[in-house]
Ligand binder design. Structure first.
Ligand code: SAM
Length: 293
């Protein structure tokens, strides 16, 4: 068995200098340089030789080396073409790693998983580029990519928003969307000095265990998410006004009032205090009482 050689600052610096690599801010490049954090991510992801792992943004291949040691196969998708020669070198000893030079937001991940893993669920592991955390995660969920779990480094504040419930200031559309598709669990908080260069924000590793079936069943999933977005768009407004003011929704105010009344939470309830189950109830009532055109 090989030992990962990256993950310690000296080796990362040596590689970066050898290839004269300059960090690209626009790609959210903050490379991990702490073996303890890497071990934590790998342990939390619960990867075995049975697993195929999709890594988003391998950088110079630091986490990829750890993944290659534990997984059956690793598919690593990296946007920056300047990193490809580096990856070819640092991952050269691993036959179970495939490097793909693509934008993760543009490739068809379903097709990739079909080709590389016969359509069987993969595990996602990544130190994500923070500028596109939400589109990456929501993209995986909404395109119904077969994924068992997602273990990722994200901005601490985003991890909190994913994990929290009603009543917290962090609760919002992202919390509900993530919790509709998965059970979130914050594994560890990670300070800026574990990265090169240091990010300006704190980070956290979060594990999302994907549901086989969503915890609530609704008649119209699109409407559910339109309602959720409308409810949090104007946080300070009541739920009735938030839904009534939204241009995504076109229900008569009377119908909205009745739908909210049915929840039994009072007419002035705000979206931020509703559970996913209550949003589902609201959505089904509005589906059943949709105005005819
Ligand atoms: N995994 C490496 C590590 O932990 O050291 C690098 C993590 S760094 C935070 C994010 C990585 O994602 C960078 O290598 C960056 O070039 C890559 N990246 C940024 N945008 C991407 C995109 N749209 N598709 C694929 N990779 C992307």
């Amino acid at each position: 068995m090989n030992r990962p050689v990256l993950g310690i600052p000296q080796n990362t610096i040596e590689i970066l200098q050898r290839y004269n690599f300059s960090f690209q801010k626009k790609f959210g490049q903050n490379f991990l340089i702490d073996p303890h954090v890497l071990d934590k991510i790998i342990t939390a992801a619960q990867i075995s030789k049975e697993d195929t792992v999709l890594e988003i943004g391998p950088g110079i291949g630091t986490m990829t080396q750890y993944l290659a040691e534990t997984a059956g196969k690793v598919i690593a998708v990296e946007i920056d073409k300047n990193l490809i020669p580096i990856l070819t070198n640092t991952l050269g000893g691993y036959e179970n790693v495939q490097i793909i030079n693509e934008d993760i937001l543009k490739i068809d991940i379903n097709e990739l998983v079909m080709e590389e893993n016969g359509g069987k669920p993969v595990k996602v592991a990544a130190n994500l580029p923070y500028y596109i955390t939400t589109p990456i995660i929501m993209g995986l969920f909404e395109s119904h990519v077969p994924v068992e779990s997602i273990t990722v480094m994200v901005q601490k504040e985003v991890a909190d928003r994913m994990q929290t419930g009603p009543g917290s200031k962090d609760y919002g559309a992202l919390s509900l969307a993530v919790q509709y598709y998965a059970s979130p669990y914050i594994v560890a908080n990670v300070p800026p000095n574990c990265f090169m260069p240091r990010p300006k924000v704190g980070s956290a590793v979060i594990r999302l265990d994907c549901h086989k079936k969503p915890p609530v069943e609704v008649k119209d999933e699109h409407l559910l998410f339109d309602i959720i977005r409308a409810s949090f768009n104007q946080r300070r407004k009541t739920l009735v006004n938030g839904l009534n003011n939204s241009d995504r929704l076109s229900f008569p105010k009377e119908t909205i009032i009745q739908a909210v009344e049915k929840l039994g939470r009072g007419a002035s309830v705000r979206g931020e205090s509703l559970t996913l189950e209550e949003f589902a109830e609201l959505s089904d009532y509005l589906t059943d009482n949709r105005p005819e055109h």
